[in-house]
Design a protein around this ligand. Structure first.
Ligand code: ADP
Length: 397
C-alpha cells in the first residue's frame, strides 16, 4: 500500500509518498509560494532531485505538478497515480469534534471548515488541499484527516478550562486544545512498543522545535499539555512568547500605541528566543553565542530549560509520579545541553541522568538516565508523517 502524506499551509504544501510495506519514504518534496508564483522541490528515495519554478495559482496546480513529477521524468517513482491508495492530511484543528483521525466526506470537510475560526491560518489551507486532492485523484481515493489537536482531547476539564468566565467557553469554544498531538502520540507510543505497553506508565513528552510543547501522558492518554487555545501558550519558543501575564499585553500595547494585531504579531513572531536574546530564533545560534559569552543568549537558554524543568515537575505532580521523560523535535533530539540542563538536579523525583550518555544520545533512540535512576530519560526521534500514513492505512484497510 502506498500513502501520500500532505501537510498544507496557506502558501505551501509539504508531501511524502510512503510505501507501507516497509514504511520507507519513496519521494518527498515541497511546493512553495502557492498563490504568489510557484516553486517545487522534489526528491526521490534514490537521491534524484528536481527543482522547478512553475505557476501555482492554487493548491490544485501544485498538486497536479507533484503528481506529474512522481509519474514521469527524473523524479518518477510510480507508473500511475492510481498506485496511491489513499492520502493522509495533517489538519491543525479538530476542535472538540475530532478525537481521532477520520476518512473525509463532504460532511467532515464542512466540519473542518467550520473550525476555521479556531485556526484561521491553517484549517482553510487544509481544506483547500483536501479539495484539490479530490479534484485531481477523484472521489474514490480516500482522503484522511489527522488532527494536531486530537490526541489532547482526553484532557480532563480541569486541565483545559481557562480561568476566564465560563460563558466564553460556551460561546466561543475558548479552552485549551493543545497541538503537536501527532508527535506526542508518536513518541509516547514508540516508548510503549519498547516497554511493552503504557498501561500504568506516567510519561512527560517534550517536543522542542521552532514551536515547542510538553505533554503529560498517563496510561497512553494525554492528561495535560502546554500549548493552549492557540500554539502561543506554554514555554518560550523560536519566536513565540509562550505564556505571559496577560496584563503585560494591554500594558505594553497602551505604552507603545500598538493595535491588537500588532501585539499579536510581536507575541507570535518577535518574542521567545528571538525576543529575549535579540540575536536569533535558532537554538544553535544561541548555543554558539552563549559559549562566546553572550549573556542574553545564555539567559534565553536558561529560561527555556527552567520552564521545561518546571513542567516536568508539575506534570509529575499532576500524574502522581513519573516513569519516563522523552525529548524529541529539532532541539530535543539534537541539543544535549538543553536535555541535560532540564534533567539534572531532579534526583528528588527519581530522575538521575548521565552527562556523557546525554551527549551521545542525539539523533537516535537512546536513554541517558543512570542505572540507578527510577525514571527513564529518552531521546526518541519523532516522525509525524509516518504516524499520519499509519493512521491513513489503518482507516482505509
Ligand atoms: P519545526 O518546529 O519547525 O519542525 P524543528 O523540529 O526542525 O522545527 O526544530 C528546529 C530547532 O531545532 C531550531 O531551534 C534549531 O536550532 C534546533 N536544532 C537543530 N539542530 C540542532 C543542534 N544540533 N543543536 C541544537 N539545536 C538544534
Amino acid at each position: 500500500m502506498k500513502i501520500l502524506v500532505i501537510n498544507a499551509g496557506s502558501s505551501s504544501m509539504k508531501y511524502q509518498l510512503i510505501d507501507m510495506e516497509n514504511e520507507n519514504v519513496i519521494a518527498k518534496g515541497l511546493c512553495e509560494r502557492i498563490g504568489i508564483d510557484g516553486k517545487i522541490t522534489h526528491k526521490t528515495h534514490e537521491g534524484k532531485e528536481v527543482a522547478l519554478e512553475v505557476a501555482f495559482p492554487t493548491h490544485k496546480e501544485a498538486f497536479d505538478k507533484l503528481m506529474e513529477l512522481m509519474t514521469s521524468g527524473e523524479g518518477k517513482v510510480i507508473d500511475d497515480v492510481k498506485e496511491i491508495n489513499a492520502v493522509g492530511h495533517r489538519v491543525v484543528h479538530g476542535g472538540e469534534k475530532f478525537f481521532q483521525s477520520v476518512v473525509c466526506n463532504d460532511e467532515i470537510i464542512a466540519a473542518i471548515e467550520d473550525l476555521s475560526a479556531l485556526a484561521p491560518l491553517h484549517n482553510p489551507a487544509n481544506v483547500t488541499a483536501i479539495k484539490a486532492c479530490v479534484e485531481v485523484m477523484g472521489k474514490d481515493v480516500p482522503q484522511v484527516a489527522v488532527f494536531d489537536t486530537a490526541f489532547h482531547q482526553t484532557m480532563p476539564a480541569k486541565a483545559y478550562i481557562s480561568g476566564m468566565p465560563y460563558e466564553y467557553y460556551e460561546k466561543y469554544g475558548v479552552r485549551k486544545y493543545g497541538f503537536h498531538g501527532t508527535s506526542h502520540r508518536f513518541v509516547s507510543s514508540r516508548l510503549g512498543e519498547i516497554l511493552g505497553g503504557l498501561e500504568g506508565k506516567k510519561v512527560v513528552t517534550c517536543h522542542l522545535g521552532n514551536g515547542s510543547s510538553i505533554a503529560a501522558i498517563k496510561d497512553g492518554k494525554c492528561m495535560d499539555t502546554t500549548m493552549g487555545f492557540t500554539p502561543l501558550d506554554g514555554i518560550i519558543m523560536g519566536t513565540r512568547s509562550g505564556a505571559v501575564d496577560n496584563s503585560i499585553v494591554s500594558y505594553v500595547a497602551e505604552k507603545e500605541g500598538l493595535s491588537w494585531s500588532e501585539m499579536n504579531n510581536i507575541l507570535n513572531k518577535k518574542s521567545g528566543f528571538q525576543g529575549i536574546s535579540g540575536i536569533s530564533s535558532d537554538c544553535r545560534d544561541l548555543e554558539v553565542a552563549a559559549k562566546e559569552g553572550n549573556e542574553r543568549a545564555q539567559l534565553t537558554l536558561d529560561k527555556v530549560c527552567y520552564q521545561i524543568k518546571q513542567y516536568v515537575g508539575s506534570y509529575a505532580a499532576a500524574m502522581g509520579g513519573l516513569d519516563a521523560v522523552i525529548f524529541t523535535g529539532g532541539i530535543g533530539e539534537n541539543s544535549a545541553s538543553v536535555r541535560y540542563n532540564v534533567c539534572k538536579d531532579m534526583e528528588f523525583l527519581g530522575l538521575e541522568v548521565c552527562e556523557e550518555l546525554c551527549a551521545n544520545a542525539s539523533r537516535k533512540e537512546a536513554t541517558f538516565n543512570t542505572e540507578n535512576s527510577k525514571v527513564q530519560a529518552w531521546v526518541l526521534p519523532t516522525n509525524e508523517e509516518l504516524l499520519i500514513a499509519r493512521d491513513t492505512a489503518e482507516l482505509v484497510k
